[in-house]
Write a protein that binds this ligand. Structure first.
Ligand SMILES: Nc1ncnc2c1ncn2[C@@H]1O[C@H](COP(=O)(O)OP(=O)(O)OP(=O)(O)O)[C@@H](O)[C@H]1O
Ligand SMILES: [Mg+2]
Length: 306
């Protein structure tokens, strides 16, 4: 992975009538990442993805692909990406191969030569001559990914690629994504409403809720096991920070407004409190905030299909 940003959004927003589906969204996706875009139902994932793929126009903000703005004259950037939006549409009475041939000819490039390798990649070679109407849901989903892979894109954007699949289908798609990421040096952006799925496939992630970005960063850092964010309120911020730093109890500590936020294992919180009090630092409050995982579960449970 390098630090080149392949996809960036600035203040991206979409309003439908009076309701904002997406607000002020700043995303940064680096080359080679599997970027998980996580949010409960109705959070704004599909709306964002449609804007990234230039299928709908943002109300505000902009998208940059490979360092260039995505504008109406957008073909150059879009050629380098492949997309799968929710349920892919195929001609059900035609074979998978024929469907891909049609898509390749619409693209007007030489992506027809990719059809065999792409069918191989998604494990549909032996069924490529069967009509799509005879396909299982998982096979259609894999055909959707095959379609996104035509033209050897540098970036693929997949909207809930495992939605509606059974556990075996989910595992197959997950392994496919991991393989594409390993072998292809491809950047993969995928959305999901399941934290476990993002945890297993993604290297970086963003959480979106009610159209707004909640958090963004590397998965390992955001989900560090057993870590809690602890907020300490004290009038002696600088002294407290020095005690915390020398204690070695916290993984990280920084000042937020008039408080200190530490990331630390839960079982060390009591020791930290004792050290601060022993150093004559008044602690007005010491609040373990929820872990990211608990936070995500709470917003997922609270969300409903709107
Ligand atoms: N074409 C549209 N017209 C009006 N409102 C829309 C439209 N598309 C989406 N919305 C609204 O925008 C919000 C975000 O929807 P979106 O489909 O982006 O969510 P999502 O995160 O993809 O959800 P899900 O997990 O259910 O797919 C919802 O409140 C939805 O009702
Ligand atoms: Mg959606």
């Amino acid at each position: 992975m390098d630090d080149t940003i392949v996809l960036r959004t600035y203040g991206l927003a979409k309003r439908y009538r009076r309701r904002w589906a997406v607000r002020n969204l700043d995303l940064n996706v680096r080359r080679g990442e599997v970027f998980g875009f996580l949010g409960p139902n109705g959070a704004g994932k599909s709306t964002t993805i449609r804007m990234l793929l230039s299928l709908i126009r943002p109300t505000e903000g902009r998208v940059e692909l490979f360092g260039n703005p995505l504008t109406r004259r957008r073909r150059a950037g879009l050629r380098r990406i492949g997309g799968l939006v929710e349920r892919p549409d195929f001609y059900l009475y035609l074979s998978a191969r024929r469907n891909l041939e049609i898509i390749a000819s619409l693209r007007g490039d030489n992506s027809a030569s990719d059809i065999n390798p792409v069918l191989e990649t998604v494990g549909l070679s032996t069924r490529a001559h069967d009509k799509v109407k005879t396909y299982s849901h998982g096979m259609k989903q894999r055909l959707g990914i095959a379609q996104a892979l035509l033209g050897s894109p540098e970036l693929i954007i997949l909207d809930e690629p495992t939605s509606g699949l059974d556990p075996q289908g989910i595992k197959e798609v997950r392994e496919l994504i991991q393989r594409l990421s390993r072998e292809g040096r491809m950047t993969i952006f995928l959305s999901s409403h399941l934290l476990s799925e993002i945890e297993q496939t993604a290297t970086s992630m963003a959480i979106i809720n009610q159209g707004r970005l909640v958090v963004q960063g590397r998965v390992t850092e955001l989900l560090a096991s057993g870590e809690n964010i602890v907020r300490i309120e004290t009038p002696m911020v600088d002294n407290a920070l020095a005690v915390i730093a020398s204690s070695g109890l916290a993984t990280s500590a920084h000042v937020v407004g008039s408080m200190i936020e530490c990331s630390m294992p839960r079982e060390r919180v009591a020791d930290m409190n004792r050290l601060l009090v022993q150093a004559n630092i008044p602690v007005h409050a010491l609040v373990p905030k929820r872990s990211l995982e608990e936070f995500f579960l709470s917003i997922t449970e609270g969300a409903s299909d709107k």
